[in-house]
Design a protein around this ligand. Structure first.
Ligand SMILES: [Zn+2]
Length: 198
């Protein structure tokens, strides 16, 4: 079936979601328009509200509705520990699976010069300021074990060294190229507890 106008526009828009190809996007579109228009309205409103309210935490760059996220705003967290992750999903995974009580910093990506992603795009100027001022004693690298994740880890450990801060890397049982977000809780917890100097 060939679509045009608003239908085609919606199909194309849904393809921005991970794992959604043209056929799935078409199925979703027809479902929303034909069978569940109430849900379509809720989806549209929820998306509008979320886009309006949710931004990045000023300190750690995770997603939040406030200027500081719940971790950064909490007085009970150990401010000498700073765990670096690539995405907000990994903040949730680590919080859920490990007993970690320190703070986070979210890169929202990884260094990839060929794609135009350098230190500035990852907020590393903000991070460096924190390493300078904030009493961080250990930088825990939880970047993924992809090539870019490794390059990012090396860049960060050099930065930490310049400020005399110990760097550790979580390791055990995380497969090479593995995305932390998809690792099961027990493996992640083990990897976290078994972190080694980097
Ligand atoms: Zn935060």
């Amino acid at each position: 079936m060939r679509q045009a106008g608003a239908i085609a526009e919606l199909i194309e828009a849904l393809r921005c979601l991970p794992g959604v190809g043209p056929k799935t996007a078409q199925r979703m579109t027809l479902h929303l328009l034909q069978r569940d228009r109430d849900a379509a309205g809720r989806l549209s409103e929820a998306l509008r509200q979320a886009l309006e309210k949710v931004g990045l935490c000023a300190q750690c760059r995770t997603l939040t509705e406030h200027s500081l996220c719940e971790y950064c705003a909490s007085p009970g967290r150990d401010r000498s520990l700073l765990c670096i992750v690539e995405s907000p999903a990994e903040v949730l995974a680590i919080s859920r699976s490990t007993g970690y009580k320190g703070l986070f910093f979210v890169l929202n990506g990884r260094l990839s010069p060929l794609d135009g992603i350098g230190p500035e795009e990852l907020g590393l100027d903000v991070l460096e300021q924190r390493l300078k001022d904030d009493g961080v004693a250990e930088l825990i690298l939880a970047t993924n074990t992809t090539v870019e994740g490794e390059a990012t880890a090396h860049y960060l450990s050099d930065m930490a060294r310049r400020h005399g801060i110990r760097t550790t890397r979580i390791a055990h049982g995380i497969p090479f190229g593995g995305e932390l977000e998809y690792v099961d809780g027990a493996t992640l917890s083990h990897a976290f507890d078994g972190r080694k100097d980097f």
